[in-house]
Ligand binder design. Structure first.
Ligand SMILES: [Zn+2]
Length: 136
């Protein structure tokens, strides 16, 4: 038996750093250290070895989009202010490049978990294993 919440709910839970399966919070011990299983429903977050490579891609894409928006903003600003220098946008770009990946990392992991759960609903064996670790 396969089961999964609807896509919108999955992604909304992932964006808020919650378990995509049940919506429970506190799935991180620290900012960077995710629990192995959801404390409420028992979902194992790393479903396969290398599972979170997709999260790295999401995290990378977020940073690239932010840097792209910065570049487009600078181009628009430069179009109306020809004398504008590039120092401030460069500093902002470095700050984004350094701070955005660690900030968005936990969100990228839960969003990736949500996307994976949407594409590959839990199998019977995963549901059984989750039930063994369920706390309510
Ligand atoms: Zn859960």
């Amino acid at each position: 038996m396969k089961t999964k919440p609807p896509w919108g709910r999955l992604l909304w839970r992932g964006i808020r750093k919650r378990c995509p399966n049940c919506g429970a919070g506190h799935v991180y011990e620290t900012w960077f250290r995710m629990l192995d299983r959801c404390p409420q429903c028992g979902l194992k977050f790393e479903r396969d070895p290398g599972f979170f490579v997709g999260a790295y891609l999401i995290n990378f894409a977020i940073s690239i989009v932010l840097l792209f928006l910065l570049c487009m903003g600078f181009v628009a600003w430069k179009a109306t202010h020809a004398e504008a220098g590039a120092a401030v946008p460069l500093v902002i770009g470095v700050v984004i490049g350094v701070l955005a990946p660690p900030f968005f990392y936990p969100f990228a992991r839960t969003v990736w978990s949500a996307i994976d759960l949407g594409m590959t609903p839990l199998e019977a064996a995963e549901l059984a294993a989750a039930a063994e670790h369920r706390h309510c």
